[in-house]
Design a protein around this ligand. Structure first.
Ligand code: FES
Length: 125
């Protein structure tokens, strides 16, 4: 499946706002999101492991105030940004569903791409 360009690398700030992208997951509507942490870009399905809700109340706000963890705004589940594993709150034992991310140089500069898979893919017009 074709890689999807998400943004220019400099748009994804370490520990800062994430970027959302519309997706289809197992046939239903979903959102995937992308963040940067420790210099590396990561992407996940925007669905909490506690109750299947989106994590961000304020669009794109996935990090809690320290910038070290991703937090679900609904009941405060905390996830490690680099693995998606639950490290606190009601998501115990769960994890975010990762998506594959590629960051590379393009003729227009360095950019972040989503490499979709069969279950979780971009919405095609
Ligand atoms: S829905 Fe995310 S913590 Fe409950």
């Amino acid at each position: 499946m074709e890689p999807v360009r998400i943004c220019a690398s400099e748009e994804l700030i370490d520990g800062g706002a994430g970027l959302r992208h519309a997706a289809k997951y197992a046939g239903g509507d979903a959102i995937v999101f992308f963040v940067r942490y420790g210099g590396q870009a990561y992407g996940y399905l925007n669905r909490c492991a506690h109750v299947p809700m989106e994590l961000d109340w304020v669009e794109g706000q996935f990090f809690e105030s320290s910038g070290l963890y991703l937090m679900c705004a609904t009941h405060g589940a905390i996830y490690a940004p680099d693995t998606g594993k639950c490290v606190g709150g009601p998501c115990r034992g769960g994890r975010l569903r990762p998506v594959q991310v590629d960051e590379r140089d393009t003729p227009d500069g360095r950019a972040v791409f989503w490499l979709p898979d069969d279950d979780l893919r971009p919405v095609t017009p």
